[in-house]
Design a protein around this ligand. Structure first.
Ligand code: B4P
Length: 190
């Protein structure tokens, strides 16, 4: 069993690298961003509530994302492991995740933290915004707000995993292949 947290600021490459890691290690991908976007697309109550917060670049409430993850963990069955992408995003979410996993006899093995310069994050997201039309990638002020929310509410998670000896910084600048190589090297050294 291999359970990974893929961590980093908006635009760090979490979703991009998660796709490759899943292919290599056959892990179940749990991306709270993807799940929320599918709720918005389906126009569910949850999607309607979350959509406006996401469009402003703010986090949706902890209890909403925790419930989404809880439901998926419970029905996952026998799998080789999980990759948590964009979750946890607050220390409270990290604490609940540990609790949910321990109830299933599981634990996080590694927290891989993609480190990318601020200007590169903004350029990547604006470029994606042009291609995908994602609302939260359209406007520099919304992107700046997402980065500010990351520093205030999400970055403290680094200390949480560092205290458990699981925090692994990964240089997130360079080609997608180079970064993937760095990630797999860290996983191999487990
Ligand atoms: P997410 O969907 O997690 O979005 P993200 O932070 O932008 O990262 P993503 O994984 O999509 O992008 P990536 O870096 O791979 O969250 C969206 C919103 O949902 C949040 O703002 C929040 O409102 C809400 N939310 C989600 N989870 C939550 C939680 N747990 N609690 C509360 N709220 C939550 O890629 C970005 C771009 O860079 C792509 O276009 C990619 O092609 C490009 N790229 C990647 N690697 C590159 C490289 N090496 N070089 C050049 N470009 C690269």
């Amino acid at each position: 069993m291999l359970n990974l947290v893929l961590f980093g600021p908006p635009g760090a490459g979490k979703g991009t690298q998660a796709e490759r890691l899943i292919e290599k290690y056959h892990l179940v991908h749990l991306s709270t961003g993807d799940i929320l976007r599918s709720e918005i697309k389906a126009k569910t109550d949850l999607g309607l509530r979350a959509g406006s917060m996401m469009d402003r670049g703010e986090l949706v409430p902890d209890e909403v994302v925790v419930e989404m993850i809880h439901a998926r963990l419970e029905k996952s069955g026998d799998v080789p492991g999980f990759i948590f992408d964009g979750f946890p995003r607050t220390v409270s979410q990290a604490e609940v995740l540990d609790k949910m996993l321990s109830e299933l006899g599981l634990k996080i093995d590694l927290m891989l933290s993609l480190e990318v310069e601020r200007q590169e994050l903004v350029s990547r997201l604006l470029l994606r915004g042009k291609i995908s039309g994602r609302n939260d990638d359209q406007d520099v002020s919304i992107i700046e707000n997402r980065i500010a929310v990351y520093h205030k509410q999400t970055a403290p998670i680094i200390q949480y995993y560092a205290a458990q000896g699981k925090y692994t910084p990964i240089q997130g600048m360079g080609s997608i292949d180079e970064i993937f190589e760095r990630l797999t090297t860290s996983i191999c050294s487990l």
